[in-house]
Design a protein around this ligand. Structure first.
Ligand SMILES: [Zn+2]
Length: 238
């Protein structure tokens, strides 16, 4: 196979994925003359779900472009907000349980399951239900079956939530979804709830809801202060 030398420049927003040697402008990279540019970029550590335009000698190309010697490649980061087809739904890997709960409290459809079902099952689930796969696992995000995917950059749930809200700008509808199972909540009359509540609770609250999927009961004002703060901050300026 012919050895092909190209130069490649990654957007600084993608530097977290590439080795120090490839973070400069026009880093020299060898390829085999048959691999697609998409494959070359992935092999250098960058998930294609994070990549926007690929520019070769000033011209935008597709991921299937096969580089030839001397080409100057620029790899741009995906622009925000990111639009995906249909209604916006997410699927989170097993490490992102806190983020899943925070998305749900904001009314964002966020599927998440323990124990870990494995990468193949997650990818199939993403495809079947047209869910955007959220993960910090690059191997999972490389899977071709995914409907769509997004790398979660931060380790911290609060920052992770900001990342996803900035990137996808989902419609927020706080307190409409079950934080335990992602089911939709329906309003329940106080009379209906009375036999399920301690008398003190029945006196103190007026707005009740029940999860249509798991039956868990909710009453406004009884959730934790930290969830309140998350909702307040997310709704600010939106
Ligand atoms: Zn539920």
């Amino acid at each position: 196979m012919a050895k092909v030398e190209i130069s490649i420049t990654f957007d600084p927003g993608l530097h977290v994925f590439v080795s120090a040697a490839n973070r400069g402008v026009g880093a020299g990279v060898a390829t085999d003359g048959v691999s697609s540019l998409g494959h070359v970029v992935e092999a250098l550590g960058v998930p294609l779900v994070e990549v926007g335009e690929l520019v070769v000698d000033g011209r935008v190309v597709g991921v299937g472009h096969v580089p030839v010697s001397g080409e100057r490649v620029e790899v741009r980061k995906l622009g925000f907000p990111q639009r995906v087809g249909g209604s916006l739904r997410f699927l989170l890997d097993v490490h992102l349980g806190t983020l899943a709960r925070r998305l749900r409290v904001l009314g964002v459809d966020a599927a998440y399951e323990t124990p870990d079902v494995g990468d193949a099952a997650l990818a199939a689930w993403s495809a079947r239900e047209q869910r955007v796969m959220l993960s910090r696992d690059r191997g999972l995000l490389h899977r071709r079956e995914l409907f769509a995917g997004a790398y979660v950059y931060s380790h911290k749930p609060a920052v992770q939530l900001d990342e996803i809200l900035d990137r996808f700008q989902p419609v927020l509808a706080p307190w409409t979804r079950c934080t335990a199972c992602n089911g939709v909540l329906r309003a329940v009359a106080k009379e209906e709830m009375r036999d399920r509540l301690e008398s003190g609770t029945a006196k103190a609250y007026d707005a009740f809801a029940e999860c249509e999927s798991c039956g868990h009961a909710y009453w406004r004002g009884a959730h934790s202060a930290s969830l309140d703060a998350i909702v307040e901050q997310a709704m600010r300026g939106r």
